[in-house]
Design a protein around this ligand. Structure first.
Ligand SMILES: [Zn+2]
Length: 218
């Protein structure tokens, strides 16, 4: 009886070690996909939130992905991808717009922290994109929201869609994501070079605030 119990224990520990190895071998994108599946299923693991993790990270950070997402309170990358401390280098602006400060932050994460994946993640019902649509690209107020609208409008894809007059909310969100990905892939001198050398993957994604699901543009 005792022997049987020991064998079961041994089997379980081998199984656990195997699953740990499998997890460690996931690519950055797979880690995000797996985490989002857990989040959507309502069974998040909330990994890397312990005091031990905080102490471990004191030595340095090695986040595996950069997520450029909206400041919208419904779009926190760590929760959406069920990740914890030290996992994601997070950049958030309304409308996930990318200017010089954001570019500098992304370059830092890729060049100095070794991130191999950058995701530009838009989301459904984005207020920043709605401001662009409502103003038809010509925001009249003199506040700083104007800068966000001008960023979104300053891209041929969005301009063409606006010209047709048939642009849907979802199309504008998708176009804004493509805009961000293109901007990063062509950003000189750092990101373009690293991306051309295939040392980093830059992709877009859209988060559905109604279901919690993230669809990647793979
Ligand atoms: Zn938004």
């Amino acid at each position: 009886m005792m022997k049987k119990g020991l064998l079961l224990l041994l089997f379980l520990s081998i199984l656990s070690a195997f699953s740990q190895t499998k997890k460690a071998n996931l690519s950055p994108l797979q880690k995000l996909e797996e985490g989002n599946k857990r989040f959507v299923s309502g069974k998040p693991m909330h990994p890397n939130e312990t005091l031990e993790r905080i102490r471990e990270l004191k030595k340095g950070q090695h986040p595996f992905a950069v997520i450029v997402s909206c400041s919208d309170s419904r779009v926190p990358a760590e929760l959406v991808f069920d990740q914890g401390l030290g996992d994601i280098f997070s950049i958030r602006t309304a409308g996930n717009v990318i200017g010089d400060y954001e570019l500098g932050s992304i370059e830092y994460a890729v060049e100095h922290l070794g991130c191999k994946l950058v995701v530009v993640m838009g989301h459904k019902n984005c207020g920043g994109v709605k401001a662009f649509l409502d103003s038809k690209g010509h925001y009249e107020e003199s506040d700083h929201i104007k800068n966000i609208v001008e960023y979104i409008a300053n891209e041929q894809e969005e301009k063409d869609l606006l010209k047709d007059g048939k642009i849907s909310f979802d199309e504008a969100i998708a176009a804004n994501v493509k805009h961000g990905v293109k901007l990063l892939k062509t950003s000189e001198p750092i990101l373009k070079e690293i991306c051309d050398q295939k040392k980093v993957i830059i992709i877009g994604a859209v988060y559905d605030i109604g279901t919690g699901q993230v669809i990647f543009n793979k």
